[in-house]
Ligand binder design. Structure first.
Ligand code: ZN
Ligand code: ZN
Length: 71
């Protein structure tokens, strides 16, 4: 887990939280919950044209810093 800085109130927020406990700022959906990196990309399953909707239980993002999949 990592500690990130809230972009609104500048307090420290655990990266696995969904929002800042102080001001309610929501962490970006594509922020890595493991290391706090914004260096992430959307995981692409198959081709755009043929693939059905991605299931809710599939990770949508992969962190390019630590390799964690999440979302
Ligand atoms: Zn805050
Ligand atoms: Zn990461």
């Amino acid at each position: 887990m990592a500690i990130i800085t809230c972009l609104r109130c500048k307090r420290e927020v655990d990266s696995c939280a969904t929002r800042c406990a102080k001001c309610g700022w929501e962490l970006p959906e594509d922020m890595c919950p493991q290391c706090g990196s914004m260096n992430t990309k959307i995981v692409v399953f198959g081709s755009y044209s043929a693939s059905p909707a991605v299931g809710d239980d599939e990770p949508k993002y992969v962190c390019k810093t630590c390799g964690k999949r999440f979302g």
